[in-house]
Design a protein around this ligand. Structure first.
Ligand code: C5P
Length: 415
């Protein structure tokens, strides 16, 4: 069956990656809830197993009977009903993906703040699978700073926004706020599962954080990198099925997903040794570490005493991990680097990409507000070997990690 509607993506449901996928659909109380029937039908036709959860408000817009008939599964509208309890924890663990469509401003706010007063939020908080949310509301509600902040927070937690569309709204106003069409939602899910398979089982090496180069037993030369960007990349690569090795410089942050092999290092020399050991078996290496370019030539054995008025430190060059891996890189490997520049950003980044043999380089400029070290957000451009530049909005580092991995998967699909 080929579907396509109002200029939405058209596809053949049989070609989608949704066969046997277990999907929880949460439906909340918006007029767009009527589209949930079409969404369930499309998912079921594509071979997915769908379990529907509804808020009591949603049940006023569309009957649970309609959605249980279409999904061929019982629909739940409460955590407990009469003398039975619906196990939201079991459901959260069962699913390959959870989709909340439509999600109202209220449920967005509850999800962003962990207010667990209905079965959808209870399941969302228990879910370990990727979560997609497709908001639906009037244009002023959508633009309100409270809604913007809740959406941003949900993205920061690693959830996937299916953007609202522009058009006529239930109020009669015209603007942004319409829920994405069911075909678009299915397309997002399909893209996600397609992409997941490209990294699945592949070894991905990531360097992250600063390096600290000792001067004496208590002092060091270092920088302000938190490692947050590299850790977000590790989490996202793991979520897409990769076997992740994270070589992490000194930072108090750690990845939260179990199963990420984390090698803690202090210095550039230690980072270089670990990277060289793991690179040959890696399909992809992403070098997000802010490696110190120089280290003290001599490390004092004892704490240096404050004697003279001036103190000269002689620094010697550290190994360039990126350049070394760039030289060793084989045809079937991808090497991705970062550039944090303060001037002539694009020219400098392009120079580094060529010199270090990167397949693409991620540029963040310190001139951009919200981009750089120690922040929760980043604003990047990706520069490719053919000089094509993709510029992205300011986003959470988790969302930026998703964009970078999407780009890597694009390259893997052509390999
Ligand atoms: O420090 P620079 O701007 O040259 O960093 C560009 C890229 O090279 C980054 O991806 C960084 O992780 C990597 N790099 C490295 N080893 C170094 C210096 C930088 O791997 N010694």
């Amino acid at each position: 069956m080929t579907v396509g509607h109002y200029g939405q993506p058209s596809f053949c449901v049989n070609d989608l990656m949704l066969e046997a996928k277990k999907i929880i659909l949460g439906v909340t109380g918006s007029i767009a809830a009527y589209k949930a029937a079409f969404l369930v039908r499309l998912l079921v036709k594509a071979g997915a197993e769908v379990r529907v959860l509804m808020t009591p408000a949603a049940a006023q817009f569309i009957s649970p009977l309609t959605l249980s008939t279409l999904s061929k599964n019982q629909v739940h509208t409460a955590v407990s009903a009469e003398d039975s309890w619906n196990n939201h924890v079991e459901m959260g663990l069962w699913a390959d993906a959870m989709v909340i469509a439509p999600v109202t401003a209220t449920t967005l706010a509850k999800m962003a703040n962990g207010i667990c007063d209905n079965i959808i939020v209870a399941t969302y908080l228990s879910a370990r699978c990727p979560v997609f949310f497709a908001p639906a509301m009037d244009l002023d509600m959508w633009q309100h700073p409270a809604t913007r902040e809740n959406v941003r927070r949900l993205q920061t937690y690693g959830n996937h926004l299916i953007p609202v569309e522009h058009g006529e709204l239930a109020s009669g106003l015209v603007g942004n706020g319409r829920m994405a069409e069911p075909e678009t939602i299915v397309h997002h899910l399909d893209q996600f599962f397609q992409a997941s398979t490209l990294l699945a089982g592949k070894k991905v090496l990531i360097t992250a954080g600063p390096t600290f180069e000792p001067i004496d037993p208590v002092r060091f030369v270092g920088n302000r990198s938190s490692g947050r960007m590299g850790i977000a990349l590790a989490e996202q690569a793991k979520a897409r099925g990769a076997e992740v090795v994270l070589i992490l410089g000194p930072t108090h942050l750690r990845p939260s997903s179990p199963g990420i092999q984390t090698i803690s290092v202090q210095t550039a020399t230690e980072m270089a040794a670990a990277a060289k050991q793991h690179f040959p078996k890696s399909a992809v290496a992403i070098l997000a570490a802010a490696v110190a370019d120089y280290r003290p030539g001599e490390v004092a054995k004892e704490k240096i005493k404050k004697k003279k008025d001036t103190f000269t430190l002689e620094l010697i060059k550290n190994p360039d991990i990126a350049a070394t891996l760039g030289q060793q890189k084989k045809e079937n490997q991808l090497l991705i680097g970062f550039a944090l520049e303060t001037q002539e950003e694009e020219t400098n980044a392009k120079g580094k990409m060529v010199k270090k043999n990167f397949d693409f380089i991620v540029l963040n400029s310190l001139r951009d507000e919200g981009a750089g070290f120690n922040l929760l957000t980043n604003k990047i451009s990706i520069i490719h070997r053919d000089n094509k530049i993709k510029k992205y909005e300011l986003k959470s580092k988790e969302a930026v990690a998703g964009d970078i991995l999407d780009e890597i998967e694009q390259l893997l699909s052509k390999h």
